[in-house]
Design a protein around this ligand. Structure first.
Ligand SMILES: Cc1cc2nc3c(=O)[nH]c(=O)nc-3n(C[C@H](O)[C@H](O)[C@H](O)COP(=O)(O)OP(=O)(O)OC[C@H]3O[C@@H](n4cnc5c(N)ncnc54)[C@H](O)[C@@H]3O)c2cc1C
Length: 388
């Protein structure tokens, strides 16, 4: 279920004060002192201006929300001046504190020579099952069908597991699904070929070893004032030794699973992928080997967050208050993954939906008694679009 359909779709016909403009690119906010007065957006090559009578909420995500603030002159003054953007509010934290869940995929061969291969008939059956019954392999949640949260550091007194494992199963001879998957992870063709070779006579299980609480912090900066030019992300993945150490323990955990009876019953074995640089290392599967492997296979889980950090105003990096209002401004809120001070332990989508819910409650509280939506529900700030 998409949040667009779940929230907006559900009320689109019953809320006369809700107006959704599709295919529009918000380019800038104009401020008058501490108040946002106008929002500019482009649609089909035409620039529109929306006069703001109450509040503005930005939910453009952890990449575009800070970019939008920066283009509007809200951010670190030094960076804004470098780009020739007039400084409206010096907010040093905008674009800083970038976090993400990085992961290392480890592949295991299963049931070599014994596994039931995927056939064209089985593929057609699964399409039929899905279309008619919404069931079968195509109805599965992919990597999230089986998720494990593992504390790899027995000596730590941390309250939360430090890694998350996602599992993806590839049935023997199901080459198309493996191809799609390795492309999605940007795995180089030469390594995909090796995995495809294994898949001819084994099932493959891919386990993501995901770093739940990265210590590394990255940064987002504008490359240009042009809203169509994407910003520059410096992720700094694996620049902190503790992050690398956690991933190494996570890989060791997968190695320990390989030795269990359940895995051994399926002839499980970590699939060796020839990597020129790593194969120079004397001991295959030594710590040095896995560090080398991680350099080739580490990928993002697309959980970027933290770039418009929530926190008290005495925190130099904080950008929004606990009620999600931009520090120093009267009527601008941010409600998306960018406000997470630290990325949540697990996948970010549900937590982001919760942030949206909280923002709605804050707005409702702020305007309590002023106006109520058509069905007695949440009051939605009303903007008037001129020239539209
Ligand atoms: C490939 C991929 C797979 C993922 N898988 C999972 C998963 O399995 N489970 C999970 O929990 N999380 C997953 N995530 C992460 C999850 O989708 C995000 O954390 C979540 O969507 C963040 O929500 P958001 O509201 O902060 O940003 P977004 O969902 O990115 O929403 C921002 C919206 O703002 C729009 N926008 C941006 N700039 C502008 C502008 N200037 N003008 C107008 N509109 C603008 C964008 O088009 C977008 O629709 C995945 C992410 C990706 C990319």
């Amino acid at each position: 279920m998409s949040t667009g359909k779940g929230y907006l779709g559900a009320v689109s016909k019953s809320r006369p004060n809700l107006h959704v403009v599709k295919n529009a690119l918000v380019t800038k906010f104009d401020l008058d002192g501490e108040t946002v007065k106008e929002v500019k957006f482009e649609r089909a090559g035409v620039t529109h201006r929306v006069k703001v009578t109450k509040d503005v909420v930005i939910s453009a995500g952890a990449i575009d929300s800070p970019a939008l603030l920066l283009r509007s002159g809200i951010g670190p003054s030094k960076h804004l001046k470098e780009l020739g953007i007039p400084v409206k509010l010096d907010l040093p934290g905008v674009g800083r504190n970038l976090q993400d869940h990085v992961l290392v995929p480890v592949f295991l061969r299963m049931d070599e020579g014994q596994g039931e291969p995927m056939t064209d008939q089985a593929a057609l059956d699964s399409i039929y099952q899905y279309l008619i019954y919404r069931a079968g392999p195509l109805a599965a949640h992919s990597t999230a069908s089986l998720v494990g949260f593992i504390n790899t550091n027995a000596s730590s007194d941390g309250a939360y597991p430090d890694t998350e494992n996602h599992h993806m199963f590839f049935q023997r001879a199901h080459h198309a699904s493996l191809e799609l998957f390795t492309k999605g992870l940007s795995i180089q063709d030469q390594y995909t070929e090796v995995l495809q070779e294994y898949l001819k006579d084994s099932h493959l299980l891919c386990v993501f070893v995901l770093l739940s609480h990265p210590a590394a912090r990255g940064e987002l900066r504008l490359k240009s004032t042009d809203p169509k030019v994407p910003p520059i992300l410096t992720s700094n993945y694996l620049t902190e030794s503790e992050d690398v150490a956690t991933l190494m323990r996570g890989i060791r955990y997968i190695e320990s699973l390989e030795q269990t009876k359940a895995f051994q019953d399926h002839l499980a074995e970590i699939a060796r992928i020839p990597i020129k640089e790593c194969d120079q290392i004397e001991n295959y599967r030594s710590e040095e080997y896995w560090r080398c492997y991680a350099k080739y296979f580490t990928v993002t889980c697309y959980h970027q967050s933290g770039t418009v950090k929530m926190g008290p105003d005495y925190d130099n990096e904080a950008c929004v208050s606990q009620r999600l209002k931009v520090h120093g401004l009267e009527n601008l809120r941010v409600a998306d993954a960018s406000i997470m001070p630290a990325v949540v332990s697990a996948n970010t989508n549900a937590a982001t939906v919760m942030i949206g819910e909280r923002a709605a409650h804050f707005i409702q509280e702020d305007y309590q008694g002023e106006a109520v939506g058509a069905n007695g529900g949440l009051w939605v700030p009303h903007m008037h679009a001129d020239e539209f």
